[in-house]
Design a binder for this molecule. Sequence first.
Ligand code: MN
Length: 401
Amino acid sequence: MTWLDLADDTPFGLDNLPYGVFSAGGAPERRIGVPVGDHVLDLTAAAAVTAAAFAPLLTAGVLNPLLAAGPATWRDVRASVREWLTEPRYADQLRPHLVPLAEVATHLAFEVADYVDFYSSEHHALNAGKIFRPDATELPPNWKHLPIGYHGRAGTVVASGTPVVRPHGQRKPRNADAPSFGPSQRLDIEAEVGFVVGVPSTAGTPVPTADFADHVFGVCLVNDWSARDIQAWEYQPLGPFLGKSFATSVSPWIVPLAALEHARVDGPPQDPEPFEYLRTGEKWGLDLALEVRLNGHLVSSPPFATQYWTAPQQLAHLTVNGASLRTGDLFASGTVTGPERDQQGSFLELSWGGQEPLELPGGVTRTFLEDGDEVVISATAPGPAGTRIGFGDVRGTVVPG
Ligand code: MN
């Protein structure tokens, strides 16, 4: 029940209520917002006019103060928003603070502290191995013992819609004698799911898998733009560097874990059994259905539920050495790729290393991205009673370097 005029199939119903940052009407001021139906509730204003105790957490123009406040406050804010949008007595007070979604500009929702990217899809790891190292037919020997990851560049995590400038760098094709320098000729995407840390942890104290929801606030979509030619030449022996650090795009709305209760599933069976610190008592696989579009055409539908390592395992692993968490830390899943050809989360895989161009409508083909190409990643998750929980799109257009 709500006093709002909500379509039954809206991806932004009362069971979703994600959080983001927006501006409207050409005003520069950034405000915390909650998309609901085809509007955004100005949460900064709504909390002020209802004199909510948590109103001071919503005035910074970023989510960080709310992220840091912790699970009890997160539950309180969510319950309040649901009450406001349900109880008719709030309608007159809050209607002026509903802005049409089409009229808002969205921004980076949180100030990113540290950024870590994992590599937790078994299908992606097998595909990437075969493409990058044609002699390798198996996973790396550590892969099923730990969630492989690397520390990325937090300062170049950008809001959805930010143009992506084609990076320059060194590359050496396999059959070339010497490296060359120039614009990447193998610019790619990685369709991923990101987890946003709210509550920090203490240096020297690992975060056990069971404490995942005490620290992690919510979930967004991530496009880990990747220059495959730069990556292939630079990555051994220390891993990804300039092939990935030029831009990482994130979706505008952070879906709280509480909205994903109906999306929780068991992850795939893990064999060998992981070390004690990586074991989980609760199911934290997430049944998110991703979609990747290139210039409006659906090119892939990666199923997040197939990921081998879950987010609590990733969080436990990234802190097991005593590394501490900060409010605003972002860790991403790694490319989401399912077992089928049309479930691959990168053009590296979709074009099989560039050898099998993708055919698009109108006789267009693609291996890697061309200038002017727009990539949009979206996702939905099951909600209660057959509803769908929507994630905002993460989009980006490639511009010449
Ligand atoms: Mn990645």
